[in-house]
Design a protein around this ligand. Structure first.
Ligand SMILES: Cc1cc2nc3c(=O)[nH]c(=O)nc-3n(C[C@H](O)[C@H](O)[C@H](O)COP(=O)(O)OP(=O)(O)OC[C@H]3O[C@@H](n4cnc5c(N)ncnc54)[C@H](O)[C@@H]3O)c2cc1C
Length: 473
């Protein structure tokens, strides 16, 4: 319950138009990119400036109201959902405040869309390296909160490796600066602790992010495999050969077929059991030798064909198919679950085989499209959510898949965070003492736990320890 009159007080800060209370307006905020979870917020407030955002946080502190920061809502773990509380939407804060070309950084507001930043600095021969497949929509604030990854994070590192400093509003309305553009700061690494804190530690008001020089040369390859196993083994062989591709992505046959049947068709071979999309970049000298070594590793591993994109348009097309693969699955079924787990790369062949077995046993189609080089799996299951029996089988398959990943020495998120979706697995992965340390760390930032309550760390209360229906089965 929110205090009566809060909507009017918020409207005094941001204007009536930017406080949403009607059910129709709130609908878009009841879920994120994982629509299996639906929470009804009490209201949504959308400040337009940093001062307004801060004033909103301070008002919510005075009125002791819980709230959930939200960027574009593309999260895939049910992280930006507010259950009867306030959603603080940051996506109107979308100004790039400063670009320092010489020192290679930019200061951006939290609502800046990831791809817009790279577009804004392209003329300087720079880009922002972390490139989630959702980059045309997701925001830098959301990326920081999720420590987002992306295809090119295999070589360039995930979000935490590209954030130099943050200005953050804590839940009590105080403002802190974490990190520095001057390099290493002394004291505790609070920036490192903050990145990936999933909206539980503070609201990002601005982020100073590293800009990366565009590589002088790029080669993008597509290798076509007759079995998933051979593609998985080739993945390890490429890395074991000492090559560090900028990206090494895998798509299996159901994914390829979904992409090829959609407007994102990229010319992938529809009869391949799996394809690897491999990108190499760096100095032009020697790059073609690396291409030849990757091609040899693929062919030795059983690839039927390996081709290199010949034009920039060809390269973009290959990437578009990969980046829009989740969207392409929208044609296959009315509902889609997307999972995220990370396993040791060498376990890819047996874990992929196990995922295939689970899919067959449960009678569901698992589509794998993932960051193979990182061992970061994304099993997707398209299904009909109006069919209760099918929904149950999908939930069971998802739990079994996550258990297989844990059993293989993996973890339950490679890049999508814990949110509400992965809460039940946390006690499987961490001891009571470790979870307790996480809670105490959270309390340093937000002792009342008003920010994004009920997420990430299950604490001893009947609600937060409660297992999801799927995990209980
Ligand atoms: C098609 C598709 C492809 C995807 N591909 C990838 C991928 O390749 N790699 C990857 O890592 N993810 C991927 N994602 C997941 C998602 O895009 C990322 O998690 C992204 O970082 C979320 O950003 P957002 O702005 O949408 O955040 P939201 O979903 O709005 O919020 C996510 C979390 O961030 C918090 N948050 C948002 N803004 C702030 C802020 N200013 N301050 C503090 N906390 C904040 C929220 O409370 C929430 O916990 C994909 C999603 C989709 C739908």
């Amino acid at each position: 319950m929110i205090p009566p009159g809060l909507d009017r007080e918020l409207a005094d800060v941001v204007g009536t138009r930017w406080v949403l209370t009607r059910p129709g307006e709130l609908l878009a905020y009841t879920s994120d990119g994982l629509p299996g979870y639906r929470h009804d917020p009490a209201l949504v407030v959308l400040p337009g400036t940093r001062d307004e955002a801060l004033a909103v946080v301070r008002l919510l502190a005075r009125r002791n109201v819980a709230f959930v920061p939200r960027g574009a809502g593309t999260g895939l773990s049910g992280g930006a959902l507010a259950d009867g509380t306030v959603v603080l939407g940051l996506n109107r804060l979308r100004r790039i405040l400063e670009i320092d070309v010489d020192n290679g950084w930019a200061v951006v507001e939290p609502g800046v869309v990831n791809a817009h930043l790279s577009r804004a600095v392209a003329a300087y021969g720079l880009h922002y390296a972390p490139d989630p497949s959702s980059q045309s929509a997701c925001t830098i604030g959301g990326n920081v909160a999720e420590n987002a990854g992306g295809p090119h994070c295999l070589k360039y590192g995930v979000t935490v490796n590209h954030v130099l400093a943050l200005t953050v509003a804590l839940a009590d309305g105080s403002v802190v600066t974490l990190g520095s553009t001057e390099g290493e700061v002394s004291g505790y690494d609070l920036l490192g602790a903050f990145v990936g804190s999933e909206g539980c530690f503070g609201v990002v008001l601005d982020a100073t992010v590293r800009l990366t020089i565009n590589p002088p040369a790029v080669r993008t390859m597509l290798a076509d495999f007759p079995t998933i196993d051979s593609a998985a083994r080739a993945t390890s062989a490429i890395i074991a050969a000492g090559l560090v591709p900028a990206a090494l992505e895998m798509m299996d046959q159901p994914t390829i077929q979904a992409v090829e049947a959609s407007i994102y068709a990229a010319g992938y071979p529809v009869d391949a059991a799996a394809v690897l999309l491999i990108e190499l970049d760096g100095a032009a000298a020697g790059l073609d030798d690396d291409v030849a070594r990757v091609a040899a590793a693929c062919r030795d591993g059983g690839a039927r064909d390996v081709r290199v994109a010949t034009t920039e348009a060809d390269r973009q097309r290959l990437w578009q198919g990969r980046k829009k693969a989740f969207g392409a699955m929208g044609r296959v079924s009315s509902h889609l679950v997307v999972q995220d787990a990370v396993i040791p790369r060498t376990r890819l062949p047996d874990v992929l085989a196990e995922i295939g077995r689970i899919g067959r046993e449960e009678g569901v189609t698992v589509c794998n499209v993932f960051h193979a080089g990182d061992g970061n799996l994304h099993p997707n299951i398209p299904y009909n959510g109006n069919d209760a029996g099918e929904t149950q089988r999908v939930e069971r398959a998802m739990v079994r898949i996550m258990e297989a990943c844990i059993a293989a020495g993996g973890s339950v998120t490679g890049e999508h965070g814990i949110g509400v979706d992965k809460l039940p697995y946390m006690p499987r992965l961490f001891s009571e003492a470790t979870l307790g340390s996480m809670c105490r760390l959270r309390d340093c930032f937000d002792p009342e736990r008003r920010m994004n309550p009920g997420k990430v760390v299950p604490v001893r209360s009947c609600r937060e320890w409660a297992m999801s229906p799927a995990a209980r089965r």
